[in-house]
Design a protein around this ligand. Sequence first.
Ligand code: FMN
Length: 193
Amino acid sequence: MRVVVGMTGASGIQIGLKILDVLSKRGDNIDLILSKPALRILQLETDMFPEDVVEKATFVWDDYDMDAPIASGSCRFDSVVVVPCSMKTLGEIASGISQTLISRVADVCLKERRKLVLVPRETPLNVIHLENMLKVAKAGAIVLPACPAYYTRPRTVEDCIDFIAGRVLDMLGVKHSLYTSWEELREDELRED
Ligand SMILES: Cc1cc2nc3c(=O)[nH]c(=O)nc-3n(C[C@H](O)[C@H](O)[C@H](O)COP(=O)(O)O)c2cc1C
């Protein structure tokens, strides 16, 4: 599988890092794009350096490199995940303005009818954010907000990260053991009764 992973300057870069980790361990081909604001978030939210992140990818592209092969629909990547997705990048995708490589590959993905998963992170949401989410969903994107479930009783931030990363991987059809499904939780509960 060839997946394009775009990370933008919204909070929650750990979710993207977890997805990168799982895909690289599986041996998938990963095209990675980190926006400039994402590098600042990486510094704020983790102890990792950009070098630690890029080593997990097969190809790494600059967010302003419109010459990159993935900027074209003729490049046969399977899907694009933008995680985390800032409201700025969401707005670009919703309006079809492809000023960065991340918004361009998302645009390509929609026009080629391939899978696009966006993981927005903002709170509270204004009407513009909500309208943009509706617009991209109508255009075929999967909008998967960085909202963990609580019935799994997450104990750590890592648990919350794993839940969202796991749901994104579910959308890509990737098997993982990042969270316990409701079905499994229910079976455990019934066994205890
Ligand atoms: C510490 C910090 C946290 C931020 N968190 C968010 C966020 O959760 N959601 C969001 O939409 N923007 C957030 N931003 C703002 C984006 O980084 C900013 O809009 C940026 O232009 C996004 O550009 P990009 O989408 O090209 O990465 C944050 C900025 C900083 C410095």
